[in-house]
Design a protein around this ligand. Structure first.
Ligand SMILES: *Cc1c(COP(=O)(O)O)cnc(C)c1O
Length: 369
């Protein structure tokens, strides 16, 4: 039965919650009624049971291995998405420091992060790409950070506009905080360049409901004990992500996705190679379409995760989305603030799905140009 259902699956280009690796879903399905050796579902066991503690430790260890997280960092599994991190980051890292935090605003998510931080304390925008509708990123000579900044906040991949930093930024002396929600685990990163990394799981790492925070131990000391318990990173670190009942199913799936990355993909460098070649299939087609397809992002900051482009008219855009959906290429409508098309091609999107979209785009242009 499960293989028939698998055949029904469309290629899902949703920006998030996004597709998950088929083998991960099948494993979760096989074990849903009873985890091997446990006799109960992951949905039914205590978060303090030995079985769950092993799942939690395994997920954490796999993330440490995949990302080569050095000593001196905690890995936390929290809830309420990256949106809560927009507030928790300044609550924990800004208030105790006498200097403002600095925000690099490269798209809709960075802007939202800034707006939430402003409610908490003193924050400055050091760069904002709004003028060109967030189609580009600052070259490093446009970025000047204060050495005394409480932290510098960036968004590694802007999911809505489809712009992505090609490499880890350098924030100088200030701790670098990055929202990696939509490119987490899509490539190797140098964790030691960051003070704090956060990512909700539902783009690349698992289902909605769990958010991963990787934080350097010295920054945990900034958390003020007058903060409400759930909002305090140090509380979560002290309790090993068991301050409250965590998203047990989500953590279990993050562990399965990490295992898939290790054992079926071969690690993050291998994943990056696949992601590069998937994205190149679409960008090369856009570039050779004689302006039938017009990419939103400038060529040197294009995202490997969210490919954003426009067609010559709103009418053709609608037709594109409808015809694509009819052939099993689903959820290609762009975000309302950018318009056009957005193809999200996260880790779990198979190359065959991108090839299928590529062929559809080629034929659609021939029929409509
Ligand atoms: C999806 C996303 C968010 C919001 O995540 P929630 O889990 O809905 O809070 C924040 N930042 C980026 C870059 C995202 O892609």
């Amino acid at each position: 039965m499960s293989s028939d259902r698998a055949k029904d699956r469309v290629y899902n280009f949703s920006a998030g919650p996004a597709n998950l690796p088929l083998s991960v879903l099948q494993k979760a399905q096989r074990d849903l009624l009873s985890l091997p050796g446990v006799g109960a579902s992951i949905l039914e066991i205590s978060h303090r049971s030995r079985a769950f503690l092993e799942i939690l430790a395994d997920a954490k260890e796999r993330l440490r291995t995949l990302l080569e997280i050095p000593e001196g960092y905690e890995v936390l599994f929290l809830q309420a998405g990256s949106r809560l991190q927009f507030s928790m980051v300044p609550m924990n890292l800004l208030r105790p420091v006498g200097a403002p935090a600095e925000y690099v605003v490269t798209g809709s998510w960075g802007k939202k992060a800034f707006e939430q931080a402003r409610l908490v304390g003193d924050v400055n925008v050091v760069w904002d790409g709004q003028e060109s509708n967030y189609d580009r990123l600052p070259p490093s000579d446009e970025l000047m950070f204060s050495e005394t900044a409480a932290y510098v906040h960036t968004t590694s991949n802007e999911t809505i506009q489809g712009v992505q930093f090609a490499a880890d930024l350098d924030a100088g002396a200030a701790p670098l905080v990055a929202d990696m929600s939509s490119d987490f685990l899509s490539r190797p990163i140098n964790v030691s360049k960051y003070g704090l990394i956060y990512a909700c799981a539902q783009k690349n790492a698992g289902p909605a409901g769990v958010t991963i925070v990787i934080v350097r131990n010295d920054l945990l000391l900034r958390s003020d004990d007058r903060l409400p318990g759930y909002l305090n990173y140090q509380e979560h670190a002290k309790s090993g992500s068991l301050y409250n009942t965590p998203c047990t199913f989500g953590i279990y799936l993050v562990g399965l996705v990490a295992k898939w990355l290790q054992e079926e993909i071969g690690g993050l460098a291998a994943m990056q190679r696949v992601n590069r070649s998937k994205a190149a299939l679409l960008y090369d087609l856009i570039d050779s379409s004689e302006d039938f397809y017009i990419g939103h992002a400038q060529a040197d900051c294009r995202s490997l995760m969210n490919v954003t482009f426009r067609l010559p008219s709103v009418e053709l855009t609608r037709q594109f989305v409808e015809e694509a959906a009819a052939t099993g290429l689903d959820q290609l409508q762009g975000h309302r603030s950018v318009g056009g098309i957005r193809a999200s091609i996260y880790n779990a999107m198979p190359t065959a799905g991108v090839e299928s979209l590529h062929n559809f785009m080629r034929d659609f242009r021939i029929r409509n140009a």
